[in-house]
Write a protein that binds this ligand. Structure first.
Ligand SMILES: [Zn+2]
Ligand SMILES: [Zn+2]
Length: 187
C-alpha cells in the first residue's frame, strides 16, 4: 500500500468516527480554500435551474447568450484560475429537503407529482368510534397530542374518514419543503 493510500484509509476511518461538528467545520474550511472542493460540494448539496426546470434554464441561457455572446457555461474548475475569471454554475437552492407534510427527506430535483403520499385533511375526534364507548368519559379535553397517540382509533382524518393511525394515505402530490426560504420547484 502506498503512503497516499495508507493516509486515505486513516482519514476515511477518522471521518466515520469523528464528531459531526468537526466534519462540518472541516467542510466549511476546505470549501473556502479550494475551488475544486467548492465545485464538488456545490454539485452534491445544491441544484441548478437545469435540474429542476430545463425549459426555464434554456430560456435563461439563450437570454444570457444574447446579452453576452461567446460566454461559456459550466467550465470545470481549476485551482490556478482566479475566482473573478471563473464562470460558476447558477445554483438556485439546496438539494436535500424535508417535506413538511410527510416528514420524508427528498431530492428537490426529483420532486414529481405523486412523490408525497399524505392526507389532505386534518385529524378530528371520531365521536362514533368504539374507543370512546369502552373508555367512558375521559377527564379533561379529548383532543390532545397525548390522546391522539394513545387512542388513535378514536380519531379520524377529515379527508377520507380513515382512522388517524391508518397508513393508507388518501392523496399524493409533490413534496413541500419545510424550509420556507427553500425553492419550491417541482419537476
Ligand atoms: Zn411529503
Ligand atoms: Zn385522507
Amino acid at each position: 500500500m502506498s503512503t497516499r493510500e495508507h493516509i486515505l484509509e486513516l482519514v476515511n476511518d477518522a471521518i466515520e468516527s469523528s464528531p459531526h461538528e468537526h466534519i462540518y467545520d472541516l467542510l466549511h474550511f476546505i470549501c473556502g480554500k479550494s475551488y475544486i472542493v467548492l465545485d464538488a460540494v456545490a454539485e452534491i448539496l445544491l441544484v441548478t435551474m437545469s435540474e429542476i426546470d430545463p425549459f426555464e434554464d434554456a430560456v435563461q441561457k439563450l437570454e444570457k447568450e444574447r446579452k453576452y455572446p461567446g460566454m461559456v457555461e459550466d467550465e470545470p474548475a481549476t485551482e490556478s484560475e482566479p475566482s473573478s475569471k471563473r464562470t460558476w454554475k447558477i445554483y438556485v437552492c439546496k438539494r436535500w429537503e424535508t417535506c413538511e407534510v410527510c416528514d420524508e427527506e427528498y431530492d428537490v430535483s426529483a420532486n414529481t407529482s405523486g412523490s408525497c403520499y399524505r392526507h389532505s385533511g386534518e385529524i378530528e375526534v371520531d365521536e362514533h368510534a368504539a374507543t370512546w364507548d369502552h373508555l367512558g368519559r375521559i377527564a379533561g379535553p379529548i383532543d390532545t397530542p397525548e390522546n391522539r397517540k394513545k387512542y388513535c382509533d378514536g380519531f379520524r382524518w377529515t379527508c377520507c374518514y380513515q382512522p388517524s393511525d391508518d397508513s393508507d394515505r388518501c392523496e399524493n402530490g409533490t413534496y413541500a419543503p419545510r424550509d420556507a426560504l427553500s425553492c419550491d420547484y417541482t419537476c
